[in-house]
Design a protein around this ligand. Structure first.
Ligand SMILES: Cc1cc2nc3c(=O)[nH]c(=O)nc-3n(C[C@H](O)[C@H](O)[C@H](O)COP(=O)(O)OP(=O)(O)OC[C@H]3O[C@@H](n4cnc5c(N)ncnc54)[C@H](O)[C@@H]3O)c2cc1C
Length: 401
């Protein structure tokens, strides 16, 4: 049986483990965090990714956790709702909220249960050679294959491909997610509140995502800025930076800053588009954000599809990674290219710099569902989400010994 070491127990790593076990491989996961990371807002499962969760047999579980979010609304500076887009504008996979929407944490838990695999928490890979893999807190061990499914800041990518800035194209903003509570009655709507440039950065945005009517929310804080010289790499530093950037604002922001200080589940990232011209080198391969991070809203769908294709090609090649990695790369390239096309406005549409820019963006969002070419302006999300034909890998032989 071929042994596969997967770095990162996120959507990509866990899905890959599900498929590999099904095809007779032996996956082991290492995860830097000390427990499964269940943070994050809702994510959309669109197009081909929906077919993947169906084939995996978890569609019913995913549907049972459907968020039921009614849509997204944009607020003015006083917190009044000025524009809205409901879940069914632009078809079931084409709108801002897709028909199959689930909290990232629920999806991670479902995949974790389906994978039923050993996860070594609090562990990172420190070196990869042809013979063995070394860890920060465990003896070296041999594996047949190594997969980097460790997100945008991938450690495996750094070890195998280097850290050069040519590998990640900077997209000009920071994003963060954390759990919180609100007294606001959101009535099932996700809300977006913008602030103009201030406190040393350009446009700023807060998004509140309701968990039913419980008062619990998942909050997003994002801001546009050149890479900060003082960019913190530790959680206390990241919390302090976010508090500085959002200080002095109204609406729900002071309460969110306060809650941010107490969370033990902050995701903080400089957003970049990963540009690796071949996703494998020797026995090592990249998957998910580590390989093709940088999509706005399609990262999870691409991770699900990528895991399906990578495991399937490994099975189809009888475990011969040279054949399988090359096929995985060529099957996925065009789909990834399509899904990383930017919607209009990019980061500045998400977090405009000026009060006027915020007002214009809100007006545009108010009109968009009523414009004849609105779907096209949304960047043809539905078409891109379906831009891969999934092969059937069922009945593939077990890997060679
Ligand atoms: C806590 C969290 C919250 C998120 N929230 C959202 C959200 O609300 N909306 C959204 O669109 N996207 C969110 N994302 C990103 C989204 O999950 C991914 O874009 C997408 O699902 C692809 O997943 P991935 O598995 O490739 O990467 P990720 O989901 O980033 O998972 C990577 C995993 O690898 C682990 N890891 C990182 N470095 C190492 C290392 N050196 N060694 C071992 N393990 C490592 C991480 O802890 C994480 O568990 C979030 C990610 C995380 C981790």
């Amino acid at each position: 049986m071929r042994s596969v070491l997967i770095s990162g127990a996120g959507v990509a790593g866990l899905s890959l483990a599900v498929w590999l076990r099904r095809y007779g491989f032996q996956p082991t996961l290492v995860e830097r965090a000390t427990a499964l990371r269940t943070g994050g807002q809702a994510i959309d499962i669109r197009g081909a990714a929906r077919e993947v969760v169906t084939r995996m047999g978890i569609l019913d579980a995913v549907r049972a956790h459907h968020t039921g979010t009614r849509g997204i609304a944009w607020l003015d500076e006083n917190g009044n709702r000025v524009a809205a887009m409901s879940g069914d504008d632009f078809g079931d996979s084409g709108g801002i909220v897709a028909e199959l929407e689930i909290l990232r944490g629920d999806l991670v838990r479902i995949l974790h249960d389906a994978a039923d695999v050993e996860i070594r928490y609090g562990t990172q890979i420190t070196g990869i050679t042809e013979r063995e893999v070394t860890f920060d807190n465990a003896p070296p061990q041999s594996f047949d294959l190594v997969v980097g499914a460790d997100g945008l800041g991938s450690g495996v990518r750094a070890l195998t491909f280097g850290r050069g800035s040519e590998l990640v194209r900077d997209l000009g903003y920071y994003t963060s997610y954390f759990p919180a509570r609100t007294e606001l009655d959101l009535d099932g709507w996700e809300v977006m509140y913008n602030l103009p440039a201030g406190n040393g950065v350009a446009g700023r945005v807060a998004v509140l995502y309701p968990l039913g009517n419980t008062g619990e929310i998942r909050a997003l804080f994002g801001f546009v800025s050149p890479e900060l010289a003082r960019e913190p790499h530790d959680v206390p530093g990241q919390k302090a930076l976010l508090a500085d950037v959002f200080a002095g604002s109204g609406w729900e922001i002071p309460s969110l800053i306060d809650q941010l200080q107490h969370t033990d589940d902050l995701y903080f990232a400089r957003v970049g588009e990963v540009r690796v011209d071949r996703w494998y080198r020797g026995r090592t391969v990249l998957l998910g954000d580590s390989a093709f991070g940088g999509s706005l809203g399609m990262g999870t769908s691409m991770a699900l599809v990528g895991a399906y294709v990578l495991a399937g090609e490994l099975a189809a090649a009888g475990g011969d990674h040279r054949v399988a990695f090359a096929r995985y790369d060529s099957e996925m390239r065009e789909y990834v290219r399509q899904n990383r096309k930017r919607p209009p406005g990019g980061a500045n549409g998400f977090a405009p710099r000026t009060r006027r820019g915020i007002r214009l963006r809100n007006q545009f969002m108010r009109l968009l569902p009523h414009l004849p070419g609105g779907g096209k302006m949304m960047g043809g999300i539905q078409k891109s989400a379906n831009s891969i034909t999934l092969k059937s890998y069922e009945g593939m032989p077990s890997p060679r010994r």
